[in-house]
Design a protein around this ligand. Structure first.
Ligand SMILES: Nc1ncnc2c1ncn2[C@@H]1O[C@H](COP(=O)(O)OP(=O)(O)OP(=O)(O)O)[C@@H](O)[C@H]1O
Ligand SMILES: [Mg+2]
Length: 320
């Protein structure tokens, strides 16, 4: 069975992923509330640009954890600001390594890199790996509102790809250093050998990623969120496929916003009939996984009161 959700130790990290608007932020917040209610010191990490979590928890949140309830902390990351800082870090490393003449070209390149697809996601994953080191310790559980896409997780967690990438860079840097060292010796400059800053940072990042990879396998669970509709079903199948080799376990699928089975009108009857067809397909096609089926509330879920209601409903519906 693909990525069966079975840890020897406790599950510490929860990642909610899915198409836009399916309810990742809402369900992640409710789940965090539920974990805190069960006695775990829980951190909710959101990347929602609309500050939905601040609204939901009725707490002004920022880039660092803020207390948001009993045993509950939350933070809102701005992925774009993060991507800029990430690229700036790379720029500083590179500046130390290249000659002044090529700096303007490097700058132009990095400006483009900030906007390149994938940069924001890589930066986010980098940030996630740092946040993961806070648990256990400051927190018992961490809930990530939006998981990086299956594609990104694949790129960053498959040891072969990441390992080859970092090793290649390291080999390149080592070669440059050796040449520079030889040059200095020939020139009679007897500078004490200081360890290359770029190499050190590369190695640290590689180690942090390797550790995150190990912990994503041993302590994390990925919850796909979907609706009983065609596009989210296909997206979910794709994510499960992409995650297959990454060793990240797949937990319960959250099938959100189900219509109530109240045949009050022909419209509702028709809507519910279609939903039931899709729901049957989801139960059948993803039979290998557990499921949490979440009824659509009559009202949008805004603010703490409704979130508490939803958290209680999840407690009734959830398999664990
Ligand atoms: N079970 C539910 N019942 C009623 N409304 C819901 C439910 N789940 C989510 N919603 C509403 O659906 C909307 C989208 O939810 P949410 O913001 O959690 O989605 P998201 O997947 O985080 O979106 P994005 O991809 O934009 O970050 C919100 O208005 C939310 O209140
Ligand atoms: Mg969201």
């Amino acid at each position: 069975m693909a990525n069966e959700h079975h840890h020897d130790g406790p599950t510490r990290f929860y990642l909610f992923g899915g198409k836009g608007g399916v309810g990742k932020t809402t369900l992640a917040a409710a789940h965090a509330l539920r974990l805190a209610g069960e006695g775990h010191r829980t951190l909710l990490v959101s990347t929602d640009p609309a500050h939905s979590v601040s609204d939901l928890l009725e707490t002004r949140l920022g880039d660092q954890p803020t207390a948001a309830g009993e045993r509950l902390w939350a933070m809102e990351i701005d992925p774009e600001a993060d991507a800029r800082a990430y690229v700036e870090g790379i720029r500083e490393d590179a500046e130390a390594a290249v000659s002044k003449a090529v700096l303007p070209a490097l700058d132009r390149h990095l400006k483009l890199a900030v906007q390149a697809p994938g940069t924001a996601e890589s930066a986010l994953f980098d940030r996630f790996t740092r946040i993961m080191t806070w648990c256990p310790g400051d927190y018992d559980r961490i809930v990530f509102d939006t998981a990086p896409s299956g594609h990104t997780l694949r790129l960053l967690t498959l040891p072969s790809m990441l390992g080859a990438w970092v090793e290649g860079l390291q080999a390149q840097r080592a070669k440059v250093n050796k040449l520079q060292g030889m040059w200095r010796t020939m020139a009679g400059v007897s500078e004490p050998e200081r360890e290359d800053r770029v190499l050190v940072r590369l190695r640290q990042r590689a180690e942090r990623f390797a550790e995150a990879r190990r912990r994503l396998h041993a302590e994390a669970v990925f919850h796909p969120v979907l609706l009983a509709e065609r596009l989210p079903i296909e997206e979910t199948a794709r994510v499960i496929e992409q995650l297959r080799d990454t060793q990240i376990p797949i937990g319960a699928l959250y099938v959100n916003r189900l219509w109530p089975e109240d045949p009050a009108s022909a419209f509702v009857t028709e809507r519910v009939a279609q939903q039931n067809e899709y729901l049957a397909e989801i139960r059948d096609r993803f039979a290998a996984f557990e499921r949490v089926e979440v009824a659509q509330s009559a009202r949008d879920i805004v603010g703490r009161h409704q979130l508490v209601d939803l958290a209680a409903r999840l407690g009734d519906a959830a398999p664990d």
